[in-house]
Design a protein. Structure first.
Length: 422
């Protein structure tokens, strides 16, 4: 038996302080103060052990994201790529095992096909599912806040854990990209994220350098953005940079509908609409996608979120369940409102089934259908539900907001979440 994982063989994922083999893998396989260059680290001991353990049917500690999904009989990220005994397949990606030495766990340079770079945590938003490791605005909130006893008892990690400003410097980013260009000739997938890349002064430099790769016309490049920064974005320059790659995707993190957008994401829905329209004027070749993190906050207003996202007329919809912190997982609501929320969820699926079969409509239906058993077939514990309510209470005080001003179908009354029946 084995658990072959395309990512463990072919991917380098640069986090804020360390590198691993995919976006969801949390083991710190190597820290940047030990080494940085892809050609030096992709066969470091940690990476070799990950490959060998998976091929020997052993889950590494940092692979919980996929392990839990598969134990719940759901499709995991590892299963995005099919394995037929000879190669992995997904669209134009494949991995031939001639690149891999089973005994040592070493991969030849030709085998590395993907690189994911989280550049730094500079961000203009403090989204409610985020933390100071991913947002400099969150960093300021946490550093100005003193946790109390109940925060620790309920493990409100977003208000407890503190990090310094995190990320890669421009010189480090240049070194990484130059090394990739020199040594990894089969690179065909690049994913860039932050923080907010459009606030990163090195972002366009990274795009220019990547476009010099010999395989640039076959590279599929994706970057994640809130598209809501507080200045005019140079869409002409952005589109010119992106046009140098084979395929490009702009994944716009939206996470909300018009009503709760300023509450959950701390941004302007009107500015988002304006920027999407301006982007479309200069770019008719990139796929514009919506990226939605699915937490308890989304489940409480899902109907409005879906209808408002549809109004933006983007290319595709992608979502992922918020597993951690546990008090933000939608499962927290199952101990109170499972029946009511399941009824709402099924109504949304029925609504989507009646819409024209466009790529956007189909992708929303697909992702929600896959999320359904992972939300409603599992029970939550009381502690995480109490932690969710505590988090709302604290966030409203810290950020000077009021949950009840933004949510219509649920209200906080006497420190309890109450369903408002029509």
């Amino acid at each position: 038996m084995s658990k072959p994982c395309f990512y463990s063989f072919s991917t380098l994922s640069y986090k804020h302080q360390y590198a691993s083999c995919c976006a969801f893998q949390t083991d710190q396989l190597i820290r940047f103060d030990d080494d940085l260059l892809p050609s030096k680290i992709h066969n470091h001991t940690g990476f070799r052990n990950i490959r060998k353990n998976l091929m020997n049917d052993k889950w590494p500690d940092g692979c919980l994201h996929c392990k839990i999904s598969e134990e719940e009989n759901s499709k995991s990220s590892r299963q995005d790529y099919l394995f037929n005994g000879i190669k992995f397949e997904n669209e134009d990606d494949n991995f031939t095992f001639s690149f891999y030495d089973e005994k040592s766990g070493i991969i030849k340079n030709e085998g590395l096909k993907r690189i994911e770079i989280r550049m730094n945590n500079v961000c203009n938003m403090s989204c409610l599912h985020c933390s100071n490791g991913y947002s400099s605005k969150w960093n300021k909130i946490v550093n100005d806040y003193t946790p109390d006893v109940l925060d620790y008892e309920l493990d409100i990690s977003q208000l407890i854990e503190k990090n310094d400003q995190l990320g890669l410097t421009e010189n480090q980013l240049i070194e990484i990209i130059q090394d990739v260009n020199r040594n990894f000739i089969n690179l065909n997938r690049v994913i860039l994220s932050g923080g907010e890349p459009l606030l990163n002064k090195s972002f366009f430099k990274v795009l220019d350098l990547l476009s010099e790769h010999k395989n640039s016309k076959n590279i599929r490049l994706t970057f994640y953005t809130n598209l809501n920064v507080g200045y005019d974005i140079d869409f002409d320059r952005l589109s010119k940079c992106l046009s140098k790659f084979g395929k490009t995707e702009i994944a716009i993190s939206i996470d909300a509908g018009e009503k709760i957008y300023p509450y959950f994401r701390d941004g302007s829905w009107d500015k988002l609409n304006e920027n999407i329209k301006n982007l479309k004027k200069t770019n008719n070749f990139s796929s514009l996608e919506t990226s939605m993190s699915f937490s308890a906050f989304q489940l409480l207003d899902l109907k409005n979120i879906i209808k408002d996202i549809l109004s933006l007329k983007l290319s595709e919809f992608r979502t992922g369940l918020v597993w951690t912190p546990k008090y933000l997982n939608p499962l927290v609501l199952m101990c109170r409102y499972r029946k009511e929320l399941l009824y709402d969820f099924d109504n949304i699926l029925s609504y989507l089934e009646k819409l024209p079969k466009t790529n956007l409509n189909n992708s929303i239906y697909y992702y929600l259908q896959n999320l359904k058993p992972r939300i409603f077939d599992i029970r939550s514990d009381e502690k995480n539900y109490k932690a969710f309510l505590r988090y709302i209470y604290k966030i409203d005080k810290i950020m000077n907001k009021n949950f009840n001003d933004y949510y219509d179908r649920f209200k906080i009354i006497d420190n309890e979440l109450v369903k408002i029946y029509e």
